[in-house]
Design a binder for this molecule. Sequence first.
Ligand code: ATP
Length: 270
Amino acid sequence: MAFLNISSVYKRFGGYTALENVNLNVRQGEVIALIGHSGCGKSTLLSMIAGLSQPTQGEILLEGRPLKGPGPERGVVFQNYSLLPWLSVYQNVKVAVASVHRERTDGEKARITEKFLQIVGLWEHRHKKPGEISGGMKQRTALARALATNPKVLLLDEPFGALDALTRATLQDELLKVWDSTLEDGFLRAIWGSERKTILLVTHDIEEAIYLCDRIAVMSNGPAATIGKVVEVPLPRPRDRREMLESRAYVEIKEELLHLLTVVYARKAA
Ligand SMILES: Nc1ncnc2c1ncn2[C@@H]1O[C@H](COP(=O)(O)OP(=O)(O)OP(=O)(O)O)[C@@H](O)[C@H]1O
């Protein structure tokens, strides 16, 4: 039994079939990307896995149980960030931490909040409200919040899309460190556990997908989009970005993905 099992899933909006017969088995602890042309249905699929909407047909099982709605075992970062506008960056993360780590003392909750705000580089901006920070900072707040709640699965919809190239590369590395449970703080490592999280992310960036992932699921175009091919990324970990970019394996995977996107699932003429 797969950790996360997407089985014969369809999604219709009125008379429009967005997704048709989507099947994917996600393994515990893997990082997997969904890529595909704009509008093919990546966010629609992610939001069904988050439990924010239901498949029209088919089912999604997490550890063998059908999903009924959102749950604390799934941490999400969606494109609208869904931060509470009346709370500061710090409070946005702390409220989520408090709702999940209920048995922890106030001091421990503060420590968890601080750690993840440090990881995303927002500690200096912790007193600001969402209306006072940039899109990229909102995105980082949402990522800190998702990580700090210690979910089994992270569902990330273009989590680095609003960031400049340098911040993006730094955050990719931070995400991999957290995923790999190499947190240097013993207290946090104990909370986080040694089991790798499962990460499902949507991205438009092929280099990012290859750098982060074990597998990349390529979606065909809509209407009636589906997962066409799942490409393996057998690059050893930990990965070094420069070495990866110069490797033959990277070039071959990139060429295969580009071929799938531009030839096999080429965007239909409008
Ligand atoms: N609530 C809705 N009502 C009607 N149609 C919808 C709704 N949500 C999504 N769709 C349609 O479903 C299709 C898939 O949309 P979705 O946002 O999942 O695409 P996407 O692959 O995430 O796009 P992008 O890469 O641009 O973010 C689109 O044609 C979209 O218009």
